[in-house]
Design a protein around this ligand. Structure first.
Ligand code: ADP
Ligand code: MG
Length: 396
């Protein structure tokens, strides 16, 4: 039946895009056909559209579970910005006042609201479930679905109650989306959501234009020199250098500046004005290099970052993949170098003493994987893809 819907036309009409990216169209057709779906797609792949577009076409309101309030607000603004009517998208979370909640409910009841973003704890609230029971739901989208996995780094206990809430509100198709799921996490997600028979869509995590290298970290001095040399060899190109500590960020940025490199530090300890100036200057190419903690990068969309250097070994391969993923977004070359010493790994392990045991176990396991990556002689692309459950057939 959905064959009749010209989805490309709808895409153009609502979002102004000419064609779908990757599996988007197939995913949307499956959803329109009433299937449960699991989507694994890298960050920036276009997951949101997979539920936004069908919600606008289907009857009723789609419920989107999302973990971050800031993210929700942003997405709601985007949808309302492209819609002719107000209230097409709303969010429901603990930040809303009574009058605002009443407005959201009124818009849902009138059929105007096609997308309702909810924090998991709001979905699980008795009064919200009671209300949602009384209205027509088109489907449920569970964004950042890896938050369900107990042993993952983003675990949200409330995510495990989603199935229960869905059963109480009324079952309709479920689409789970994430950028970060190993096989174990995937199994956990489909089980917890009760969608074991779902259609699955996995995009490749391979980034053919990225080049991965591990260099030994003989000493800080040696590393600084290598970095300066590298930057000078790539003069005028944009790059990000990640360090684990704020102190190191400050130190390295100062050293680079002393060497006439246009660099600035970025970490959560700087005031917001300094941070947004660094970010803007980097985007406007007043700065070539940002030296940062992992606080930098969320939502940064600079297409021509040519290299990402890790001064210290990262805490997990997943994090490493996300951070290096900021290089070469335009499809052109991106060089990813990590400086590795056994000593750094030891330090990271020692940091975990005193943390809850379960957390230590997870942390050690993640570190172990990073160690394997750093110490191996196998092609690093192969190892990274293997981590995401993908086979990379080529030798090197
Ligand atoms: P993800 O959630 O997978 O990280 P997003 O849903 O935030 O990705 O989308 C990333 C970017 O891709 C957004 O700027 C979005 O507007 C854009 N995008 C999504 N689908 C398309 C498309 N079919 N054509 C062009 N741009 C798209
Ligand atoms: Mg997303």
């Amino acid at each position: 039946m959905t064959q009749e819907v010209n989805l490309t036309e709808k895409l153009k009409h609502y979002f102004g895009f000419d064609k779908f990216k990757g599996d988007q169209e197939a995913i949307i057709r499956n959803l329109l056909d009433g299937h449960d779906i699991f989507v694994l797609m890298p960050t920036g792949g276009g997951k949101s559209l997979c539920y936004q577009l069908p919600s606008l076409i289907m009857e009723g309101t789609a419920i989107v579970v999302s973990p971050l309030i800031a993210l929700m607000k942003n997405q709601v603004d985007v949808i309302n910005g492209i819609s002719e009517e107000d209230g097409v998208a709303h969010y429901l979370n603990s930040s809303l006042k009574k009058a605002e909640i009443d407005q959201v409910r009124a818009d849902i009841v009138s059929g105007r609201t096609k997308l309702l973003y909810v924090a998991p704890e709001s979905l699980n609230k008795e009064e919200n479930m009671e209300f949602l029971k009384s209205v027509k739901i088109s489907f449920y989208a569970i964004d950042e679905a890896h938050c369900i996995a107990e042993w993952g780094h983003d675990f949200r206990p409330e995510y495990r109650k989603i199935r229960c809430a869905i059963e109480s509100i009324g079952t309709d198709p479920v689409i789970a989306l994430t950028a970060t799921a190993t096989d174990k996490v995937r199994t956990d997600i489909v089980r917890s959501l009760g969608i074991e028979d779902c259609a699955e869509f996995k995009s490749s995590f391979n980034r053919p234009n990225l080049y991965y290298e591990v260099r030994p970290k003989k000493s800080d001095d040696y590393t600084n020199k290598q970095i300066i040399k590298f930057i000078n060899q790539h003069a005028g190109k944009s790059g990000i250098i990640y360090c684990l500590s704020r102190k190191k960020v400050e130190e390295l940025a100062a050293i680079l500046k002393a060497n006439d490199i246009k660099a600035a530090p970025y970490h959560a300890g700087l005031d917001s004005e300094t941070r947004s100036k660094a970010q803007d200057d980097f985007l406007m190419e007043e700065l070539d290099i940002i030296v940062a903690t992992i606080a930098f990068g969320m939502g940064i969309d600079k297409p021509d970052v040519r290299f990402v250097i890790h001064y210290d070994i990262p805490k997990s391969l997943e994090g490493y993949y996300q951070e290096t993923g900021r290089a070469g977004r335009d499809g052109e070359e991106g060089i990813c170098i990590v400086f590795y010493s056994k000593n750094d790994l030891k330090k990271l392990e020692n940091f975990m003493d005193g943390k809850p045991v379960a957390e230590q176990d997870i942390g050690r396991q993640l570190l172990q994987e990073t160690e394997t990556y750093a110490e191996s002689s196998v092609c690093r692309r192969k190892l990274l893809l293997h981590y995401f459950g993908e086979d990379y057939p080529k030798d090197n």
